[in-house]
Design a binder for this molecule. Sequence first.
Ligand SMILES: [Zn+2]
Length: 417
Amino acid sequence: MTPRIIRADAILPGEERPLRDGAVVLDASDTILDAGRAEDILARHAGAPIEHVRGVLLPGLVNAHAHVELSGLRGKVAGGSGFVPWVDRMMGIRASEQPEEDSAAIEEGAAELEAFGTVAIGDVTNTLSAVHALARHGIGGIVFHEIARLDPARAFTRLAEMKAEYDAAAATWPTADLAYAPAPHTVYTVHPDAIRAVLASSRVRGVRTTVHLAEHPAERTFLLEGRGPFVDFARKMGFAIDGFPVPRRSPVDVAADLGLLSPDVLLVHLTDIRARELEAVVASGAPVVLCPRSNLFIEVRLPPLIEMLNAGMVPALGTDSLASNLSLDVLAEAKALGERFPSVPKGVLTDMATAAGARALGRQDLGRLAKGLRPGVLSVEGELAQSEDPCAWVLRQPATCRRWVARRGGTSKEIPS
Ligand SMILES: [Zn+2]
């Protein structure tokens, strides 16, 4: 098959300005051979077949933080009163329902990710139960196998179990496009010795890991003072909290002490971060992932996006799980931020859902429409007025206007309705 040209009213290359009347050239494996202004592309690739798209082309989306195995909890957990009441309600539901065993809901979650235009994910799991569903829907990225144990003996027992679970899964691991890494849940729910062990293990494997950090005030109160709503919840649940050494340091300081402020650790949330702590995160080069709709659902607050952007950081985006969100659509996260931070250029928001996510996951082959990459190409179709910012227009269109123009791997496929 000869190279083919896709020409559209505009293309969003990622990390640069949108191009009006743009085009991409794809080979049979959907690798981008060229991208730029249609005029230049047509001159350089004369004779190649041309497909015209009414609308905008953008790279496949990157959802840098989700929990697909919790998809069975969609619509079941009430939010709005803070993290500890939310997690308490979720654990109450989990006493009688195991979402990780709800394979139909997991399959639906993975199909939804594909339908929204997702090529890669940072998917947190306790059970590895979503791995095959993600692969079936062409979604790559990193599977973060999560530990949450406060007591050191229990934590190391769990790490040994996780290793056995991974060894068993590795024989039928569905795709090299999904990497595996162990990951600590948070710095207040995992014993520090186990966090160090997880970090060492992911570094030996040469993969990134992740941690939820500075998500809510109860986390800070527990780490600084050893008291508060989290302690009450942990005692009620029977967690072995007395085995956890209260550091009397802030969440970000604890993360720094443990070596988690590092370019190979994705820091998720930072909803409750302070200015001084943000400086430390920025200086560390650690990738940051924001989950704005989940934060609004649980805590009714947002991370300090303007301060982050002013500090030179472009965070990635994630949806978190359907236990705290309406959908797994990462472009809806960008849209939600745009509504609440209207001064932020819309091109920054679309980059957060694509290029920044790819960077956070260490996937430089994704997230941009650029020569040599194989990012998956998505079209958002409709009437784009000449006067309109293509990025703002993309964020305004309903998800049903999206279509896969090119999948990674060369099998062009319609979005399932
Ligand atoms: Zn999460």
